[in-house]
Design a protein around this ligand. Structure first.
Ligand code: CA
Length: 639
């Protein structure tokens, strides 16, 4: 009898899962579920409510939660029975007043619009074969990032997708074949966690948002699922997306927005632990380093742990390959380093090394671009190379290198070497950073456009007077040649390969589909663009000289040629680069409206890129001496 009791106790212990690490919320077991929530120490009462549905209806059960330890912050409740398919909320009382129901900060499944947590058997959300899914092995130096928004990519009829604007679109052959043909090996998906600005109960109406307004950080967005009411559907479909991309050898990088919440009063942070997660100014007002009305306090133990656990969760549960930190400069250096240390080395981490306002935290401790050297294994976007190409961020109408404006050459070189210390760069003439910010070139993201600001076509139209379509194409291809021959990690905005435009809209975060969508017919309209992008990416991938991955190697093997305004050229000694089959490689960018030339040593060189054509197999040869670069184009030759 005693033995049997012990056995029952052991079985019960196995069935009622214990809360592990810092994650709270619900742990499902078939005979009971364990709930937990963390509060501030002055919380007076916590009510747990169980519902049949994710929205509406009365609670089927209300439980007063208990403090795990007298005076502690953790509250717990075990509820018997099989609660699979039910929903729950926490409601915390402070100062005699309940603050309102919410799913807590650690919901991993939610009902429609993320108002209630959902009780889901996570193992049942795995698609077939998920157990065998692994992250593709691609080193940071070999990555080619493709930044995309689900709706931009697949919403338009011209794309021919079945699952328009959904996670599942990325499982469709059309998507996979396009990405593979282009040659990118990582998609960076714009916010795909549960955000606020799309009403999930009205998905039959067109609604668009980038999604930088987080609600539930650890749940996929319902608007991208085929059924936001059924919590397991979005989880399963997100996993199917990851699986399909992984099967194609493509990594999945999540855009994460821990720096702010969509508002303060209704955030899960504030409803459970008022004022704990946000930074305040000396006068008691909320600091707004995000430009979105608030800023989180990553330096606080609870916030830091939340970020670490959240990132780990996406890696473990969804097999995510990397993270792009929105406004990383709002976070503190120590937290970013702790996140780096908490995930496997192959997880690629990068972010915006700036904030959108001043932060209520010492500037020297913030994870800004200028501090990247203190954050090994973390990269930052280079606005130096971006703005040297297209023009400054504070004006759409100002052109730079692409528009034939002199004075951007050193900033371009800064981006070509990957923001490292290099004897060929005059840092005093670089547009923003007057010193190298990266220890290794893989700590710099090379790009000319992203979802923010105008896309490349619009920017060229807005900044280069009287530009023709032919010139747009020439300069577009030239710009991406700079990006793809940079020693940094190259990054392109989805749709640039089909010459997308956003009708001149500079901030399209909530613009209609007609502005944001990709027009897939452009692939037929401008076949030379996709063709060039494809060949250019293939060239980079096949030649380690363009992604050496080590600052020492870049310093040793890459040198700049003396040139003139609006003409930048460099040489790479491929003989010293492991795996490189080319010897001397010369690359030149000319944004003059007429041909220019560079001097290279005598010899015979194979042309692989010239006059907006690119083919690594070779397109004829040139003799050394004076080599011509046609107007507004790039040249790559080798021996
Ligand atoms: Ca949502």
């Amino acid at each position: 009898m005693k033995r049997l009791t012990l056995l029952v106790a052991i079985i019960m212990a196995l069935l009622v899962p214990q809360i592990l690490n810092a994650r709270t919320g619900v742990s499902y077991g078939p005979s009971a579920s364990a709930f937990s929530v963390e509060t501030n120490s002055d919380a007076q009462q916590v009510k747990l409510r169980i519902y049949n549905d994710g929205v509406g209806g009365k609670p089927i059960k209300t439980v007063n939660m208990k403090r795990a330890k007298a005076g502690g912050n953790l509250w717990q409740a075990n509820v018997k029975g099989d609660l699979k398919g039910k929903f729950y909320t926490f409601d915390v009382k402070y100062g005699g007043k309940f603050r309102g129901e919410c799913p807590g900060i650690w919901a991993t499944a939610v009902g429609v619009n993320g108002k209630r947590g959902a009780i889901v058997d996570m193992e049942r959300t795995d698609p077939q074969g998920w157990g065998a899914d692994t992250r593709p092995a691609i080193a940071a130096k070999d990555l080619i990032l493709y930044e995309m928004h689900h709706r931009d990519f697949s919403i338009d009829e011209s794309g021919g997708f079945t699952y328009k604007g959904k996670f599942l679109a990325l499982t469709e052959p059309r998507a996979i074949e396009h990405l593979k043909a282009l040659g990118v090996n990582a998609v960076h998906i714009l916010p795909s966690f549960d955000y606020a600005s799309v009403n999930e109960t009205r998905l039959n109406e067109p609604q668009y948002n980038w999604g930088y307004d987080p609600v539930n950080y650890n749940v996929p967005e319902g608007g991208y699922s085929t059924n936001p009411y059924r919590p397991e559907v979005r989880i399963n479909e997100f996993k199917q997306m990851v699986q399909a991309l992984h099967n194609a050898g493509i990594k999945v990088i999540l855009d994460v927005v821990y720096n702010h919440t969509w508002n303060i009063d209704e955030s899960n942070f504030q409803l459970t632990r008022p004022d704990y997660f946000y930074r305040k100014n000396a006068d008691g007002t909320y600091s707004n380093g995000s430009g979105c009305g608030n800023e989180t306090a990553s330096e606080r133990e609870g916030m830091r742990q939340f970020m670490i656990e959240s990132v780990k969760y996406w890696v473990e549960e969804y097999h995510i390959d990397g993270f792009r930190f929105d406004l990383m400069g709002v976070h503190d250096i120590e937290t970013m380093n702790a996140i780096r240390a908490a995930v496997p080395q192959d997880i690629f981490i990068y972010g915006e090394g700036w904030s959108a306002g001043s932060c209520a935290f010492p500037g020297e401790q913030l994870a800004m671009k200028a501090h990247i050297q203190q954050m090994p294994g973390i990269a930052a976007f280079s606005d130096e190379i971006r703005d040297a190409l297209r023009g400054p961020w504070d004006s759409n109408s100002k052109a730079a290198f692409l528009g034939g404006v002199k004075g951007n050459e050193e900033s371009l070189k800064f981006g070509i070497v990957g923001a490292i210390q290099h004897p060929g760069v005059d840092y005093s003439k670089v547009n923003y950073s007057k010193a190298p910010y990266a220890n290794e070139p893989t700590q710099m993201i090379a790009y000319v456009s992203c979802h923010d600001d105008m896309c490349l076509v619009d920017r060229l139209k807005a900044s280069v007077k009287g530009i023709t379509t032919d010139e747009i194409i020439r300069l577009d291809l030239l710009a991406q040649t700079v990006v793809m021959t940079s020693q940094g990690v190259p990054f392109i905005l989805s749709g640039e390969e089909m010459l997308r435009d956003k009708k001149g809209v500079h901030n399209s975060f909530e613009s209609p589909d007609s502005i944001n969508h990709l027009d897939w017919n452009n692939l037929e309209r401008y076949p030379q663009v996709m063709e060039y992008y494809k060949n250019l990416i293939a060239l980079r991938k096949a030649h380690p000289a363009f992604h050496m991955g080590s600052a020492d190697m870049v310093r040793r093997n890459l040198d700049f040629l003396p040139t003139e305004n609006c003409l930048v050229a460099f040489h790479i000694n491929g003989r010293n680069v492991p795996g490189e089959t080319w010897g001397d490689i010369y690359v030149a960018f000319n944004t003059h409206k007429r041909a220019r030339s560079i001097e290279v040593p005598e010899g015979k060189y194979t042309v692989v890129c010239r006059n907006i054509k690119c083919d690594q197999a070779g397109m004829g040869t040139v003799k050394g001496g004076k080599v011509t670069i046609p107007a507004q184009s790039a040249l790559i030759i080798h021996n």
